[in-house]
Design a protein around this ligand. Structure first.
Ligand code: SF4
Length: 366
């Protein structure tokens, strides 16, 4: 099992403890003084994660008296849906307001029989990647395990609520491996119902976090935001590369445990005339070609707050880049743009009622 050294669960007025995000053993521990039979823990866990119940009073398998008693001590802290924006392609973007007023975004992406939720791990991001609107808006606090899990439950609410079969990608707001304890605890809960193979944690390359993940026994898939094949350009668009340069990152990834046929995904944002040359594709192959790896190419999603010099390459260039990688034996895919009409696409999340605190456009120029 993963370790669960999380910070305390959210306490709301009047200091009721959040039941969301508590792994079963911990749930049993906090409930023990308040329940009449040990099997109540299982009933409550199932109500939360098999039926998506978000009100203690709706857990009718518990007696009314027990529900009322539990309601004085515990809560199920789901976020307020501040806005719900629906794209023409069916993608839904939620702006959630948390109990302290912090805002985050979560994206629900339907794709035929598949459904993928893009989950936030922090209310903002301090890493300031130059192509990312979240980074432009600046840092925010870590989410609790309960707040991470609550995004999933809230986005899936409805008569067909079901966790099994849903894909989760931790590619929303924030750097998940800078919120490792809450992430690990949330994953212990979520992997009770969702296969670890359906969950991807994407990182800008936080080496201590990757090393910690390598020790987990239930590991989600790992994705690395690469975006440039050399330190000089990577540092310019991802300042965190100064702290964790490519040579160190690759050394850790070479020892990262993967199951047979499992591959580490490298996300590569294509920015016109910055990192989309055929020589860059060759450099990517040289960098990662000896790993069990695949590349997901993401044509830049433009946004008014980003540097106007950041342009999307033409489709022909994106296709050529992919062919160049494939020609040298690397699996490469092109990410479909989803939800960009409601600013829900990759790199566009901002939680729009926040004031910008991040870098200014004039600082972005090369
Ligand atoms: S791309 Fe990810 S790590 Fe970089 S600023 Fe945006 S949210 Fe943070």
């Amino acid at each position: 099992m993963m370790t669960n050294q999380d910070s305390p669960a959210v306490i709301d007025e009047p200091r009721r403890q959040d039941l969301l995000g508590l792994p079963k053993a911990e749930l049993a521990e906090v409930l023990a003084p308040h329940i009449d039979r040990p099997y109540r823990t299982e009933q409550i866990f199932r109500a939360l994660y098999e039926r998506g119940v978000t009100q203690l009073d709706s857990m009718t398998e518990l007696g009314k008296g027990l529900r009322e008693r539990l309601g004085t001590v515990f809560t199920i802290a789901t976020p307020e849906i501040a806005t719900r924006s629906v794209s023409v392609d069916g993608t839904v973007k939620y702006l959630f307001r948390l109990s302290d007023g912090a805002t985050i975004e979560t994206v629900d992406i339907p794709d035929g029989q598949r459904r993928t939720l893009c989950i936030s791990s922090q209310a903002g991001c301090a890493l300031a990647c130059r192509f990312c609107v979240t980074g432009y808006w600046g840092g925010g606090r870590n989410l609790t395990a309960g707040e991470i899990v609550a995004q999933v439950l809230t986005a899936l609410q409805g008569p067909n609520f079901r966790l099994e079969g849903v894909n989760l990608v931790f590619m929303g707001m924030g750097e998940p491996l800078l919120n490792l304890e809450a992430l690990s605890k949330a994953l212990v809960v979520l992997t009770e119902k969702i296969s670890r193979r359906r969950i991807t944690v994407s990182t800008a390359g936080i080496i201590p976090g990757i090393e910690a993940m390598a020790r987990w026994t239930v590991r989600p898939r790992l994705a690395i935001s690469l975006h440039a094949p050399d330190d000089e350009r990577r540092t310019r668009i991802m300042p965190i590369n100064q702290k964790y340069p490519l040579a160190d990152l690759m050394r850790v990834l070479r020892h990262y445990p993967t199951e047979p046929r499992e591959k580490i995904t490298f996300e590569y944002l294509l920015i016109k005339d910055l990192n989309d040359a055929m020589a860059d594709a060759d450099a990517v192959v040289k960098l990662i070609g000896n790993l069990a790896a695949k590349v997901n190419l993401i044509p830049l999603n433009p946004d008014p707050v980003l540097d106007p010099e950041f342009q999307t390459p033409p489709n022909s260039r994106v296709d050529a880049f992919r062919r160049r990688l494939m020609g040298q034996g690397l699996t490469a895919t092109i990410r479909k743009r989803r939800g960009d009409d409601v600013s829900a696409a990759c790199g566009q999340l901002r939680a729009t009622d926040r004031e910008p605190r991040g870098f200014r456009r004039s600082n972005l120029r090369f």
